[in-house]
Ligand binder design. Sequence first.
Ligand SMILES: NC(=O)c1ccc[n+]([C@@H]2O[C@H](COP(=O)([O-])OP(=O)(O)OC[C@H]3O[C@@H](n4cnc5c(N)ncnc54)[C@H](OP(=O)(O)O)[C@@H]3O)[C@@H](O)[C@H]2O)c1
Length: 249
Amino acid sequence: MAGINSTNAEFGEKARLSKSVALVTGGSRGIGRAIAERLAVLGASVAICGRDRAALAESAGAIEKLGTRSFFQMTDVTDAARVTELVSKTEAKLGPITILVNSAGMGLFGPAHEKTEGDWDRVLDTNLKSIFLVSRAVIPSMIRRGAGDIINISSLAGRNTFAGGGIYCASKWGLMGLSGCMAEDLREYGIRVSVICPGSVATEFSGRGPKNASKALQAEDVAHAVEAIVTQGPVSFLSEIHVRPLRKP
Ligand SMILES: NC(=O)c1ccc[n+]([C@@H]2O[C@H](COP(=O)([O-])OP(=O)(O)OC[C@H]3O[C@@H](n4cnc5c(N)ncnc54)[C@H](OP(=O)(O)O)[C@@H]3O)[C@@H](O)[C@H]2O)c1
């Protein structure tokens, strides 16, 4: 009997999401990039956005080297008009979006009373309002097709509180509420909304780097959780995944 070899194992991987089109915000680096590449390995066509053209072009090139189609557009996810354009151009180039991963985000830490109103607006707009804007632009076509996965990258800071976390925690706690309610609004349409809460991940994330990068989570650990969500059987969904380092950094 013929056993599975590396060629048909690879084919099996690719075939899993070969009909999928993913949009990954913040796919130019860090966690978003690892997720974009993992979805490409699984066979999905992948669109990414961010604000740095060179980083986007480099990341899109890496996705195509994995053997799939990619598209990128410089987009600030806090800008509703650019978000609308991103979604329509992605669908025109790659087809209807079946997987949305909201990963773009920023960190800003320190006592909230020492921060400005501008700081508050920047963090809340980037980490919370953007998920409303991007999801709102993608959901109508998912509803028409009666299927879709929306995965929001939150944080354990969306479940915990700590000194200096005021504004960041507010954005991520808000995202937990938004995600849970979206999940309830959309499940009857066959759309699954999931949230992933990682602990500290070794990326260039602004503000707080992990205390010990060698013990910290890697971006690929979060991508693994995304893979689990999008390959879950059709009649269930993984609503909330916490990803922790095995040993405390
Ligand atoms: N790293 C951690 O320890 C950690 C832990 C838990 C949760 N998270 C969450 O994971 C997500 C990704 O973090 P990361 O570690 O990958 O951070 P990162 O390495 O700093 O990457 C952030 C990504 O988001 C994009 N981005 C930021 N602001 C944007 C905006 N206004 N419009 C469009 N794109 C924007 C960045 O691209 P441009 O700057 O070029 O726009 C970049 O692609 C965030 O939501 C973060 O809160 C991170």
